[in-house]
Design a protein around this ligand. Structure first.
Ligand code: NAP
Length: 311
């Protein structure tokens, strides 16, 4: 009997995903039906985006797993109708590469002080030389798939990187800390802080008035994680008094960021429209097909979400 796979995401995603997903499933020799509309009681797997029309999983009585095409799961992880395993997107060839490029680029922008040469209306000849990377400690809050990949890239350029996570970990070649005491230790030394935490009740306002004050004066904040990780008012206050030199923000509590939001016009804030790392269908399809293959072979799924932890 064929495996029934429902693709539940916005219609434009179907046009991007259908061909690569079929090719990846074919590569594994799987017998399957892949559609955007199937009788719920027949569905074995849902390839899923949390902004799809499927929000109630109750009618999917023989569902084996939901495979999220996004890395972030905050919009589905608490869904009480979801009773089967949930996986999230970890894709070293696509999503992770995108995040590494975006983070590395924005770290270098601030580290090198590029802005003062790009926008220089008074034609100032300012030969100030920036410090070298080893003199610019970078803190990465959230040291999972994306945080570690960014750390390796930045470390390769010579930055002194320290990660921060929920649990203690030993990762070859990388330095990291954990827990609330660890957060203070990590921030106290950071010239640049990058947020790559998931959005959970525990991570909300990780950067707040107090934790922002732990950063050295003139530090830079880069947030490609999720909007709620930062207390917006505390950030603006820290920018206005010079505690933070600049914040580059890709994610917001409300998206799209509403026109007229103070972030748009703040001279020390750069807004990017949640583009740090999109899922890339060609490589993401390989990850999705591999998980369906694994499940059908009774092997453990990759990248399963810990529903109790919220990520
Ligand atoms: P991940 O592998 O699950 O890593 C999450 C990290 O956060 C882990 O190191 C985890 O600690 C840590 N963490 C979680 N709760 C914590 C807490 N309360 N205190 C301290 N550390 C905590 O996730 P990922 O794949 O790296 O993705 C991270 C986030 O990036 C996603 O959740 C998503 O929100 C965001 N993202 C944004 C974009 C974009 O385009 N802007 C694209 C993709 C992803 P442990 O290691 O101890 O578990």
């Amino acid at each position: 009997m064929p495996i029934n796979i429902l693709f539940a995401a916005l219609p434009k995603r179907w046009t991007e995903y259908e061909a690569p997903l079929r090719a990846a499933l074919d590569k594994h020799g799987l017998d399957y039906i892949l559609e955007t509309d199937l009788p719920p009681q027949d569905v074995d797997y849902i390839v899923y985006a949390p902004n799809s029309a499927v929000q109630d999983f109750t009618p999917y009585t023989r569902l084996k797993a939901v495979l999220n095409i996004w890395a972030g799961v905050e919009a589905i992880v608490g869904n009480p109708t979801l009773k089967v395993p949930l996986t999230r997107m970890v894709d070293s060839e696509g999503l992770t590469r995108g995040m590494v490029e975006w983070v590395t680029g924005h770290v270098l922008r601030h580290h090198l002080g590029m802005d003062r040469h790009i926008v220089n209306p008074d034609h100032d000849w300012d030969p100030a030389i920036p410090p070298l990377a080893p003199e610019r400690p970078v803190a990465i809050l959230g040291f999972g798939a994306l945080g570690q990949a960014c750390a390796r890239s930045l470390q390769g350029l010579g930055f002194a990187v320290c990660g921060w996570s929920r649990s203690a970990k030993a990762i070859e070649g990388l330095t990291c800390d954990h827990g609330q005491d660890g957060l203070k230790r990590v921030l106290t030394h950071a010239g640049i802080v990058v947020l790559l935490l998931p959005d959970t009740p525990e991570t909300e306002n990780t950067l707040n008035a107090q934790t922002l004050s732990w950063l050295p004066k003139g530090a830079f904040v880069i947030n490609p994680g999720r909007g709620p990780l930062i207390d917006d008012d505390a950030l603006i206050a820290a920018l206005d008094r010079g505690q933070i030199a600049h914040a580059t923000l890709d994610v917001f509590r409300t998206e799209p960021l509403p026109k007229g939001h103070p972030f748009w016009s703040h001279p020390k804030i750069t807004v990017t429209p949640h583009i740090a790392a999109d899922t890339r269908p060609a490589s993401a399809a390989q990850v999705l097909a591999e998980n369906i293959r694994r499940s059908e072979a009774d092997e453990a799924l990759l990248y399963t979400v810990d529903r109790s932890a919220g990520y």
